[in-house]
Ligand binder design. Structure first.
Ligand code: ATP
Length: 323
């Protein structure tokens, strides 16, 4: 576990820090939804909050916008206390909720125009519509939008205020691949124009693609914190290998190697298709090609998903939010 030392961020100038969680506990009866969370998010970061269902991601987001009062510890957003200085937080932070009762009879363009009118220096609604790929739906009533289009609109309602800190809670849920690309571009655009982004996600691909740093939460604690590449090197340096051997090839030699784990084999079109993980791909490669006659060898990094599994002990369903 690589929780940031408290001294590191507490010594930083406050205006470089968008968010500080300093040993935050949020208790519901006997359950600690946040169990001593300490981390900071610097201005200009795209920061990801990951974790299995119930890990404390939404609770963390709710404490930083003042919707939940921590049982103990301190939360600061641009140096402000989210509960005592709620007006400052409203001015600086916009949250895209997971669900929201939108104005069903308004069109997309009308809704964003109304939303924009709430803020002193809003983005141009047409620009937000374009950035989120909602151009074809701009005159469609909200009640007629598909789930993925409604999701884009929810993100749009957060973008329209041009917040200093944009908070997105599982923003790509239900989005098709094109919509996700638009969303990712919009998130990067927000960062490039000087904003900071905090997003919770169950998509390891999204986190690896977008986030400079991530925190993985588990049972209310930070169990990993850092850049995706760093975490992969630290927790899951193995490679995944897939290859084909002739049916009936003995795999005992592979199974007994200390660098090999998670070996599985199944018959496919008269051959045996094998997948495994190894911490020593170079030497294994030699064995596969010289002694086992392996073909169609494919390798790939284990990735953030393997890190997630190692530090949380979570299943595939946990990772993909199907729990
Ligand atoms: P998900 O990925 O499912 O959205 P999450 O990481 O956002 O999960 P939270 O919603 O923060 O998790 O919940 C953390 C824990 O706190 C869960 O066990 C949840 O049941 C519990 N919890 C959240 N809100 C309350 C509440 N108001 N009263 C009691 N328990 C709560």
């Amino acid at each position: 576990m690589s929780q940031a030392p408290r001294e590191r961020f507490l010594a930083m100038p406050m205006n470089d820090l968008a968010v500080v969680f300093d040993n935050v506990v949020k208790r519901y009866d006997r359950l600690a939804a946040m169990d001593g969370i300490t981390l900071s998010i610097e201005s200009g970061e795209i920061f990801g909050l990951l974790g299995p269902n119930g890990a404390g991601k939404t609770t963390s987001i709710e404490t930083l916008v003042g919707l939940r009062r921590p049982t103990s510890g301190r939360v600061l957003v641009y140096g402000y206390d989210p509960i005592a200085q709620r007006d400052e937080i409203r001015r600086l932070v916009a949250v895209q909720p997971q669900h929201a009762a939108l104005f069903e009879q308004q069109t997309v363009a009308e809704l964003l125009r109304v939303w924009a009118s709430f803020y002193p220096d809003p983005a141009d609604p047409d620009d937000v519509i374009g950035r989120l790929g909602l151009g074809d739906s701009r005159d469609v009533r909200v009640s007629k939008l598909s789930g993925g289009q409604q999701q884009r609109l929810l993100v749009g309602t957060a973008l329209i205020s041009r917040p200093r800190l944009l908070v997105l809670d599982e923003p790509s849920t239900g989005m098709d691949p094109n919509a996700r690309q638009d969303l990712w571009e919009a998130v990067r655009g927000h960062r490039d124009s000087g904003g900071t982004v905090l997003l919770s996600t169950h998509s390891m691909e999204e986190a690896e693609t977008l986030c400079g740093r991530v925190a993985i939460l588990h049972s209310g604690k930070v169990v990993a914190l850092g850049a995706p590449d760093e975490l992969i090197r630290q927790h899951a340096p193995d490679q995944e290998l897939r290859f084909t051997v002739a049916s009936g090839t003995a795999l005992g030699e592979l199974e007994s190697r200390p660098d090999v784990s998670e070996l599985s084999a199944h018959e496919q079109n008269g051959h045996t298709r094998v997948s495994l993980r190894t911490s020593d791909p170079d030497s294994l490669f030699t064995v596969l090609t010289t002694r086992l006659g392996a073909r169609q060898i494919q390798t790939r990094d284990a990735g953030l998903e393997a890190v997630f599994r190692r530090v949380t002990g979570a299943s595939f369903a946990d990772i993909h939010g199907e729990g």
